[in-house]
Write a protein that binds this ligand. Structure first.
Ligand code: GLA
Length: 410
């Protein structure tokens, strides 16, 4: 979501609809060396898919995302003269900024994500110096897989690497979120930046978005993620997202009059909400009901992964989708069709829309031996119903952000 800037820059850069170009090992350093005549360090940070726990992060709740093997890569080397020079293989345009006088306002370009992060790093006491940065991203843009969080986190690691200071990874996640909230102007929660930092191969990450404690949840090795892109992106998503946040806050304001301990929807039980249904506008009640129940579903899903009850995980994913569709109203016809298209296919465990909504992707858990056939069939069914050819990715949970050399298998 909120990736219009990235998407338009990407489309212009490659002259067509966004493609996913996976980077071969050594490709980016070589391009960097040709361009800047210096050997760079390369940092990378992944996009994510959320298995369950949607629109709960900004309510201090629980989420269960995984990092996926599509990364933003940032190559960096020092540059004399105190300027930051930004260029990308993925997005059009190149930018130059004076590190001591960074623009205070966004410029509606992909560089905003890097600039926002640079401001936050400075605020955290990281001394920035002149640098050349070359960015490459494999994360499909505008599809709800967090291309912006990946870019922020990879940029943060790259910029701080030249400073001699290493901030704790949790602080990196938080400052990347602040960059997006304050500089880019998107009031997103912490989920995307956090899992981009802490993702782990073969695992989902249960994040307590209040304490920022997290727990790795193993995904059975014979289960694949099949991510299906509806290819639909709603222009209104930024406004709709902020409106949902405001409705949740309104619910909290009213409920806290009856229960002073309530600071966020995280603190509200189903019983308390039911008791005060008539004190809330109907639409606010529906939004709150989704969040309260979604938190419970997320915690139950974690227990079911642990006990191997994948059938129940599937039911919870289905219930999550229906709640996002009917109560939170962030689905759309294409997402609903994509979710329906998966039903009954061999190996299918469960599926739902993933991310902010209003378009973007569904996530499906599918038995490994069936996942390729599933991908083909779901794409055919979706195309037959909508006329749109979807991008479908079969993948699994991947590692979070770090220095490229630490991850040989790019
Ligand atoms: C977007 C935001 C996240 C989260 C999801 C909905 O992806 O960036 O913080 O709120 O929407 O769960």
């Amino acid at each position: 979501m909120l990736a219009d800037t990235l998407e338009s820059a990407q489309r212009h850069a490659i002259g067509s609809a966004p493609q996913v170009k996976k980077l071969k090992a050594n490709e980016l350093p070589q391009v960097f060396e040709r361009e800047f005549h210096a050997h760079p360090k390369v940092f990378r940070a992944p996009g994510r898919v959320n298995l369950i726990g949607e629109h709960t992060d900004y309510n201090d709740g629980f989420v269960l995302p995984s990092a996926i093997g599509f990364y933003a890569h940032v190559a960096i080397a020092p540059r004399s003269g105190g300027k930051l020079f930004l260029k990308s293989t993925a997005y059009e345009g190149q930018f130059e900024f004076d590190v001591s006088r960074l623009p205070e306002k966004k410029q509606d370009a992909w560089s905003d994500y890097v600039l926002g992060v640079a401001h936050q790093l400075k605020r955290a006491g990281v001394a920035l110096s002149g640098a050349n940065l070359l960015l490459h991203s494999e994360v499909p843009v505008g599809s709800g897989l967090s291309s912006s969080a990946a870019l922020e986190v990879a940029s943060a690691l790259a910029l701080q690497s030249l400073s001699g200071k290493t901030l704790p990874l949790k602080q990196i996640a938080k400052l990347c979120q602040s960059a997006e909230n304050e500089f880019v102007g998107a009031h997103v929660g912490i989920m995307d930046q956090f899992v981009s930092c802490f993702g782990k191969e073969g695992h989902a990450v249960l994040i307590d978005c209040r304490s920022l404690d997290f727990k790795l949840v193993p995904i059975p090795s014979d289960v694949d993620f099949v991510i299906c892109n509806t290819m639909v992106k709603h222009e209104l998503s930024g406004g709709e997202y902020n409106e949902r946040r405001a409705q949740c806050e309104e619910g909290v304001r009213t409920l806290s009059k009856f229960y002073p301990g309530i600071k966020a929807l995280r603190d509200v039980s189903v019983e308390q909400l039911t008791e005060h249904e008539s004190d809330l506008p109907a639409i606010v009640y529906r939004r709150c009901k989704h969040v309260v129940q979604e938190n419970a579903r997320t915690l139950e899903a974690v227990k079911c992964f642990a006990s191997g009850d994948l059938a129940r995980v599937g039911q919870l994913m289905r219930a999550s989708h229906e709640s996002l569709r009917d109560l939170y109203e962030v689905s759309c016809a294409e997402l609903d069709i994509m979710v329906e298209a998966a039903q009954g296919l061999p190996g299918f465990i469960g599926g739902r829309m993933t991310g902010g909504g209003f378009g973007g992707c569904t996530i499906n858990l599918v038995g490994h031996s069936n996942s390729q056939a599933f991908a083909k069939e779901v794409a055919a069914r979706y195309k037959a119903r909508t006329g749109i050819s979807p991008d479908v990715f079969v993948c699994s949970a991947a590692n979070g952000a770090g220095l490229e050399a630490e991850h040989a298998a790019v």
